[in-house]
Design a protein around this ligand. Structure first.
Ligand SMILES: NC(=O)c1ccc[n+]([C@@H]2O[C@H](COP(=O)([O-])OP(=O)(O)OC[C@H]3O[C@@H](n4cnc5c(N)ncnc54)[C@H](O)[C@@H]3O)[C@@H](O)[C@H]2O)c1
Length: 485
């Protein structure tokens, strides 16, 4: 069944929200062309002025990485709390970087009395910046990004960038109308294995792609219940989301790399999905054991099932399974499985196999030597160019730095970004659609076409790389002083 934005217009509240953001959707005026932001390039920005909002667990690493890249200046820092902003000012000072402008809501960490927590990020978005980099709690991502784009800024938003279909539509429409990039910071697209997988897929080594599996399996119970005053999530935002929602609230780490390999929104698109979630047992048992049966934690009873399994079918008949489990005692995994008519790759543990030619089977995994040979031969050019540097700079084994480096490089050189607003919307739509399906005995849900037909002509993501010399990083592995670390 064909789906577009209108099919998903349900009720006047939604229309009002979009009209407020787009200023024209409700009047039927034409928005930016269908799929306009696919392969969209803006003018080069040689000196990239960045504002970072959200300086909790994730944001400080971004400040460090961004301010290390030549030609990039972190000119604004924003958080609810002054102490978090001050800490990052100290960090910039220690690197010899210029001081940034400070934006915050509360002077003291114990304060929480403001009725308007938007004031600080609004002031930051109104100031002179090129890029607003957002690392705040999930529900605040879209409002901040919309405000920033309305004020002429490109935006890069942590995962998942949008939690509802309304948010997805609003980001697409605002990005198209303002001509501002709106990229989801999906660092896993820059992992060594994910990049290798993409390269193998592009070279046809796995044959015609048929099926993928991705996941976010990570026991986060300690962190979910950790007191914010002792370093936990600000205001227990993640625990609260788990308390109130079902389905998969965090689908993008495993999903976006598969989407890139399968050319979703660039030749194929999501058609429909179904999601089934288990009962929630892991959080209650953890809370009872750690805090006692009468504690508020043990009496919270979050709704989010422990294991949520979504299966998406594409218009071309491919399938993708996406799992979410942050509440069971099991080792970390994103699964990262991609299989085709000639071969298969699987992470956790890492294994590859493929047939030499179409029609032959591949019945066993390659041994260590052969696997190492394949990895060397098919290493993605981007990892070849900057992987060692990225590993040195760190952030989930280097993928965080590689993502930021490539983002800045594209903006500085006026290149299209690797991930556009349609990738963001399609991957984030899984949050609401999986919940709707799981609440309804796995009932099938259509996935909207956020490209409005643009997916038919959009070209697949190239095998991209980076010219470190253009950044003045001629021999950075030997001479680290070329980076402002
Ligand atoms: N890509 C990854 O690998 C990865 C890893 C960790 C976290 N994340 C994402 O990063 C984001 C932040 O996660 P975190 O672990 O840092 O959470 P956190 O709670 O530690 O930090 C969030 C910060 O945002 C600030 N904040 C909240 N509302 C604000 C507002 N209105 N204005 C300004 N600042 C505001 C808070 O004060 C806090 O310092 C989440 O979206 C999360 O999913 C991604």
């Amino acid at each position: 069944m064909g789906t577009n934005r209108r099919d998903f217009l349900k009720g006047t509240a939604w229309m009002g929200a979009v009209a407020a953001f787009s200023g024209c959707a409700a009047t039927g005026e034409k928005l930016g062309g269908a799929g306009r932001m696919s392969y969209y390039a803006d003018k080069p920005i040689q000196k990239l002025r960045v504002g970072v909002v959200g300086l909790g667990m994730r944001g400080p690493g971004a400040v460090h990485r961004l301010s290390s890249i030549p030609g990039v200046e972190v000119q604004a820092l924003c958080d609810l709390y002054k102490a978090r902003v001050d800490r990052m000012q100290e960090h910039l000072k220690s690197k010899g970087s210029p001081a940034a402008r400070s934006y915050y809501v509360y002077e003291s960490d114990s304060d929480g009395s403001s009725s308007d927590e938007t004031a600080a990020y609004r002031a930051m978005c109104e100031s002179d910046l090129d890029l607003v980099y957002i690392a705040t709690p999930w529900a605040t991502h879209t409002p901040i990004a919309l405000y920033a784009m309305e004020h002429g800024k490109h935006v890069a938003i942590e995962v998942p960038s949008a939690m509802t279909l309304d948010d997805c539509f609003a980001l697409v429409e605002t990005s198209e109308r303002t001509g501002r990039h709106c990229m989801q910071l999906e660092n896993c697209c820059y992992g060594e294995v994910e990049l290798l997988t993409l390269n193998l897929a592009r070279q046809g080594i796995l044959g015609e792609l048929v099926h993928g599996e991705g996941a976010y399996i990570h026991d986060l119970r300690d962190l979910n219940y950790l007191d914010p005053a002792k370093g936990g999530y600000q205001g227990y935002w993640r625990l609260k989301w788990n308390r109130d929602h079902f389905g998969n609230p965090y689908p993008t780490h495993g999903l976006l790399p598969i989407m890139q390999a399968m050319n979703i929104n660039r030749g194929d698109r999501f058609d429909y999905l179904t999601c089934v979630s288990s009962a929630q047992i892991g959080m209650d048992s953890y809370a009872k054991a750690k805090f006692g049966p009468d504690s508020w934690q043990a009496r919270l009873h979050p709704k989010c099932g422990d294991m949520s399994t979504t299966v998406i079918r594409t218009l071309k008949g491919r399938t993708i399974m996406v799992q979410h489990d942050v509440t069971s005692a099991r080792p970390y995994s994103r699964i990262n499985l991609l299989s085709g008519t000639k071969g298969c790759l699987n992470d956790y543990p890492f294994r590859i196999t493929f047939a030499e030619k179409e029609g032959d089977g591949a019945h066993g995994w390659f041994d260590q030597n052969k696997t190492a040979e394949i990895c060397a031969k098919y290493m993605h050019p981007l990892w070849k160019a900057a992987g060692k540097l990225a590993q040195k700079m760190g952030g989930h084994g280097g993928m965080d730095f590689l993502m930021d480096l490539r983002l800045c490089y594209c903006l500085q050189n006026g290149l299209p970004l690797d991930m556009d607003v349609y990738d963001l919307a399609a991957s984030c739509s899984i949050c609401e659609l999986s919940e709707r399906s799981a609440l309804n005995r796995g009932a099938s849900q259509d996935v909207p076409d956020f490209t409005k037909g643009g997916w038919k002509s959009a070209k697949p993501l190239d095998i991209v790389t980076i010219d470190l010399e253009k950044l003045g990083l001629t021999d950075v592995e030997k001479d680290e002083s070329q980076l402002n670390v």
